[in-house]
Design a protein around this ligand. Structure first.
Ligand code: DAK
Length: 256
C-alpha cells in the first residue's frame, strides 16, 4: 500500500492523503519521499490547480516517526536530507490546503503550518510536543508558529509541548476555518475547487507575494508585489478575466 494516496476529487483538485493509519500517520522517510514526489507531480501537472493535503479522521499526522528518529544521530539525520523535503514543500507553487482532523503534532503540525490554508476540525489536537522528547521543532515549527501568532503564544505552546484543540487553533489565528470534524474534507475540497477555477498565474503570484513578503522589509515586499502585479497584466488570463466581466459571462482561465 502506498504511504501517500492520490485522488482527483474535483476538477483541477488533487487530494494527497497520508496513509500510515497504524501509527497515526507518523512521518517516516517513505512518507516524506512519496509526498515530495506527489507534490512535484502536482506542481508539474497543468491540470492540477489546487491541492488538498490530509490524513484520516484520527490523525493528520502525529509527527516524525519517533522510532525512526530514536536511533539516529545528527549526522545520520542530516544525511537523510529531510531539510530538502521542507524546502520543497515551502516552495510548492500552487494553492495548498491542509485538511486537519485528529492529531497534528510535531512534524505533522509543521506540515500543516507550511500549507497556505488550514481547514481544521473542531476536535483536532494540534501542538509541538518535541520538547517532551528532549528535542525541539526542526521543521519550521518555532518560526512558523511565531510568525502566525506571536512570541507569547508560540513560546506558551512550544515550551510546554501542550496540545490544543481545533477550536483553540481558530481562536489563536492558527486556522483559516474551523469546522465540524466531518466537514473538514468536504470544505477543503470545496475551497480547492473554487481556487482551481481561478487564474493559476494570479494565484501563484499572490502566494509568492504573501510568502516572500513575510520575510522582507515592507518596502521590498511592496516592490515585489508591484512587479508581480504588472507581470499579470501580460497574461492571457488578465484579458480573459476582464473581457468576461465586461461581457457578463463566466471566465475561462487557462494559466497563460
Ligand atoms: N512516531 C512513531 N509512532 C507513533 C507516533 C510517532 N510520532 N505517534 C503515534 N505512533 C504510534 C504509537 O507508537 C502506536 O503504535 P503501536 O504502539 O500501536 O505500535 C500507534 O501509533 C498509536 O498511538 P498511541 O497508542 O500512542 O495512541 P494514543 O491515542 O494513546 O495517543 C498520541 C496518541 C498522538 C497522543 C501519541 O501517540 C503521541 O504522543 N504520539 C507522539 C506525538 C509526538 O511526540 N510527535 C512529535 C514527534 S517529533 C526534522 C524536522 C522535523 C522533525 C524531525 C526532524 N529535521 C528537519 C531533521 C519532527 C519531529 C517530530 O515530529
Amino acid at each position: 500500500m502506498p504511504n501517500v494516496l492520490k485522488e482527483m476529487p474535483a476538477p483541477g483538485v488533487a487530494k494527497l492523503q497520508i496513509n500510515r493509519p497504524d501509527v497515526l500517520n507518523a512521518l517516516n522517510m517513505e512518507v516524506r519521499h512519496e509526498l515530495d514526489a506527489a507534490l512535484a507531480d502536482c506542481a508539474a501537472d497543468p491540470e492540477t490547480r489546487a491541492v488538498v493535503l490530509t490524513g484520516n479522521e484520527k490523525a493528520f499526522a502525529a509527527g516524525a516517526d519517533i522510532k525512526e528518529m530514536a536511533k539516529a544521530g545528527p549526522v545520520e539525520l542530516h544525511a537523510l536530507g529531510i531539510e530538502q523535503f521542507w524546502q520543497n514543500l515551502a516552495a510548492f507553487p500552487k494553492p495548498l490546503i491542509a485538511a486537519v482532523n485528529g492529531f497534528a503534532l510535531g512534524g505533522g503540525f509543521e506540515l500543516a503550518l507550511a500549507c497556505d490554508i488550514l481547514i481544521v476540525g473542531e476536535k483536532a489536537q494540534l501542538g509541538l510536543p518535541e520538547v517532551r522528547l528532549g528535542i525541539m521543532p526542526g521543521g519550521g515549527g518555532t518560526q512558523r508558529l511565531l510568525r502566525a501568532c506571536g512570541k507569547y503564544i508560540a513560546l506558551r505552546y512550544v515550551m510546554t509541548g501542550d496540545r490544543f484543540s481545533g477550536i483553540k487553533a481558530g481562536e489563536l489565528g492558527l486556522a483559516s476555518e474551523v469546522v465540524e470534524d466531518e466537514q473538514v474534507l468536504p470544505r477543503a475540497v470545496e475551497l480547492a475547487e473554487s481556487l482551481a477555477a481561478l487564474p493559476p498565474l494570479s494565484l501563484a503570484k499572490i502566494k509568492e507575494s504573501v510568502l516572500q513578503g513575510m520575510e522582507a522589509p515592507l518596502n521590498a515586499a511592496l516592490k515585489q508585489e508591484r512587479s508581480a502585479y504588472y507581470l499579470l497584466h501580460a497574461s492571457e488570463d488578465k484579458f480573459e478575466g476582464m473581457a468576461a466581466f465586461i461581457e457578463k459571462r463566466p471566465a475561462n482561465f487557462k494559466g497563460k
